[in-house]
Design a protein around this ligand. Structure first.
Ligand SMILES: [Zn+2]
Ligand SMILES: [Zn+2]
Length: 167
């Protein structure tokens, strides 16, 4: 979604309201997959501070990803700030980070995605009590116990009994 800055660029001290939907395509970031089936609702404004513009907005929506423990696909609702200094390419940027744009347009998709990833956690769970998969047989332990735990218990007892024999 491209936003035309022509009006706000001329209006020093003014602000331009933003209210739109931004559809993102799927991403993989630090090994975590994110799928977006519905667009994010973005609302806020662009402020003109003279030498630079500032975007102050909020995005609301949901995404699909996988539970970190049992790998089940889950849907996560989210809301995050979308805030960016907008500096025209070639102008003085200063110390702080800024989004550089050319001409009179910014691509809101890029900015929303960047802010989404900034706010995303690398771990999502289907439930805080998720038991995950058995590291041995791969069974989803939320669906019931597997037989591996009994075997582990046996081997621990075996070690203990050997140690006793040495005394
Ligand atoms: Zn899970
Ligand atoms: Zn198992």
């Amino acid at each position: 979604m491209l936003i035309d800055l022509t009006l706000i660029q001329k209006n020093e001290g003014g602000s331009l309201p933003i209210s739109c939907e931004v559809a993102l395509s799927g991403q993989t970031y630090f090994g975590q997959e994110y799928q977006f089936e519905t667009p994010f609702e973005v609302s806020g404004k662009i402020l003109n501070f003279g030498s630079e513009l500032e975007l102050k907005a909020k995005a609301k929506g949901e995404f699909r990803t996988f539970c970190d423990r049992c790998l089940k696909e889950i849907r996560v609702a989210c809301e995050f700030p979308v805030e960016e200094r907008l500096v025209r390419a070639g102008a003085e940027i200063g110390e702080e980070e800024a989004y550089l744009y050319e001409g009179h347009e910014i691509d809101l998709d890029d900015i929303v995605l960047k802010n989404f990833l900034l706010n995303a956690s690398s771990k999502y769970l289907c439930s805080p009590e998720c038991k995950g998969l058995c590291p041995n047989c791969g069974k989803d332990l939320n669906e019931g116990a597997c037989n591996c735990s009994d075997e582990k218990m046996d081997s621990r007892f075996a070690i203990l009994s050997e140690w006793k024999k040495e005394d």
